[in-house]
Ligand binder design. Structure first.
Ligand code: HEC
Length: 478
């Protein structure tokens, strides 16, 4: 644990900076005996609000938390797991200078104390006639009944072992009218093996060309790479790649599906299909993937759409990630200056197992700084998108900076390699990546185009630097 000190310090700083959350205080608790919280008055509301959405039949969690008996059976375990802040899953830190998030489900210190006090008091039920009713959900989907449910057209067989698989699957929709997507949820059948699913829209008449080609970073640029060799695919893949800048979201382990903020939706033009890119990681047992997608459409055309401002771009493809074995604090940094004004709505990060800390901040032209997202206990299993409680404006000229730190020692609790080994950027699960994405909306469509052009340029510059670096490296004697 010797390498954990910086994290402990960062955690301490974060704890000191903790925002007071509105919560059920013991002293003002509505239970009859203020010293002993009861299930009916105190615990049920907390559990139903923060836990039941996942802890119910058919969802990701391994057991239900929907009744007194459910909770009582695991009382002590729940205290232990929540005290470590392993549950409920929420990795965005609350820290001074960092934005607050909508639907923040991190339990407050008071709530943790209340849980502990309740268990120590023997888990009294209280007046169950006054207990809130367990929440009911109108469908198996967390966001309610979808407007469209699609099943993957084919079953993908995932072998027990071997390299990760990438599959691009076209879901034929080809609807006559333009629509706007407010959310997409995905229910994989091979939950452990799906490493990510990315959703793109594509014109119905071009999707057949995409086939099984690769959409991910870099590999199709310039027509080379695995995708290009299959013939005819690279142009389509490059188009789809461009679409990734305005892609319609994704699914990663641990994500909580959310609607885009009010007034925001992603365009789904008439005669489009949905392309789903699956990254599958063999887990030791043969599995089959044939999941379902739930799509939610806006009732009225939205005022705005979101553009993903990824820093570094393309999941860090050109950021030169090359982490020596045993390196405990390997860092990457990238910064990108906004060419136009935007409103910031949300943020997310992506990396694999070696990343430990990631931070994204905005440095405004007036010299002020806004923290966009800080995670100091990165967990591949719990990637999420975080939406700001209050969207805010970032003027043209704002510098967006991302810093990501990797720990490639055995002390990293999520270290996949034993013995540890050098790890570079790559698409396999045990390769690394690293980027953070601001979900932003421009003021005009023209600004949106300018933003995408500028981001492409930023990526191309990085690519050039990377390629020149490689050229030098291969000539220089090692
Ligand atoms: C976003 C979904 C989600 C929410 C919200 C959630 N859980 Fe979980 N929980 C899971 C999943 C999935 C697991 C299985 C273990 C894992 O994947 O980490 C789990 C596992 C657990 C475990 C077992 C941990 C272990 O080490 O085996 C406990 C205890 C638990 N949850 C309690 C809670 C409590 C209490 C809350 C609310 C305060 C909560 N969870 C909220 C999804 C969730």
């Amino acid at each position: 644990m010797k390498n954990r000190l910086p994290f402990a310090l960062a955690m301490l700083t974060a704890l000191l900076a903790f925002r007071a959350q509105p919560t059920v205080m013991l002293a003002t608790s509505p239970s009859t005996n203020a010293a002993a919280p009861t299930y009916a008055a105190d615990i049920a509301p907390l559990i139903y609000k923060n836990c039941s959405v996942c802890h119910r039949p058919g969802q990701s969690a391994p057991f239900s938390l929907l009744s007194y008996d459910d909770v009582k059976k695991r009382g002590e375990f729940i205290v232990k797991v929540t005290a470590r802040r392993a549950m409920p899953p929420w990795h965005a830190l609350t820290a001074t200078g960092f934005e607050e998030f909508r639907d923040d489900r991190r339990l407050s210190d008071q709530e943790l104390t209340m849980l502990k006090t309740w268990v120590e008091a023997g888990m009294p039920a209280g007046d169950m006639s006054k207990a809130p009713k367990a929440p009911t959900y109108e469908s198996g989907w967390a966001l309610g009944t979808p407007d469209l449910v699609l099943t993957l057209p084919n079953t993908i067989n995932i072998p027990a072992e071997g390299a990760d698989l990438y599959r691009n699957i076209v879901l034929p929709i080809d609807q006559a009218d333009a629509k706007w997507i407010t959310a997409i949820d995905f229910a994989p059948t091979a939950r452990r093996e799906v490493h990510h699913a990315l959703f793109f829209t594509g014109a119905a008449n071009m999707s057949s060309q995409i086939g099984d080609n690769d959409l991910l970073p870099g590999l199709n640029l310039g027509g080379g790479g695995r995708g290009g060799r299959r013939g005819g695919g690279s142009a389509a893949a490059a188009t789809a790649l461009d679409a990734a800048w305005g892609g319609v979201g994704g699914w990663v382990p641990g994500i909580t599906p959310k609607f885009f903020p009010d007034g925001i939706a992603q365009p789904f033009p008439a005669h489009s299909n949905l392309v789903v890119q699956l990254h599958l990681h063999p887990s030791g047992k043969p599995q089959q993937e044939r999941g379902q997608l739930a799509i939610y459409f806006a009732k009225t055309p939205p005022a705005r759409s979101l553009t993903a401002v990824q820093v570094p771009p393309m999941f860090g493809y050109a950021a030169g990630i090359d982490i020596p074995a045993g390196e405990s604090s390997y860092k990457i940094h990238d910064s990108y200056v906004l060419p136009v004004d935007v409103d910031a709505f949300g943020v997310r990060g992506h990396a694999h197992y070696l990343a430990r800390e990631m931070k994204m901040v905005a440095k405004l032209p007036d010299g002020s700084t806004r923290g966009l997202l800080w995670i100091n206990d990165w967990d591949f299993g719990w990637q999420d998108s975080y939406y700001y409680k209050t969207p805010f404006h970032l003027p043209k000229g704002t510098r967006i900076e991302t810093d990501i730190t990797y720990d490639n020692t055995p002390a990293n609790p999520r270290q996949p390699n034993s013995p540890v080994k050098r790890v570079k950027w790559g698409r396999e699960s045990f390769d690394e990546m690293g980027s953070m994405t601001l979900m932003a909306s421009t003021m005009t469509a023209n600004d949106g185009d300018a933003l995408r052009t500028s981001m492409n340029q930023h990526f191309r510059q990085q690519l050039l630097v990377m390629m020149m670096g490689r050229g030098r490296g291969s000539r220089a004697p090692q």
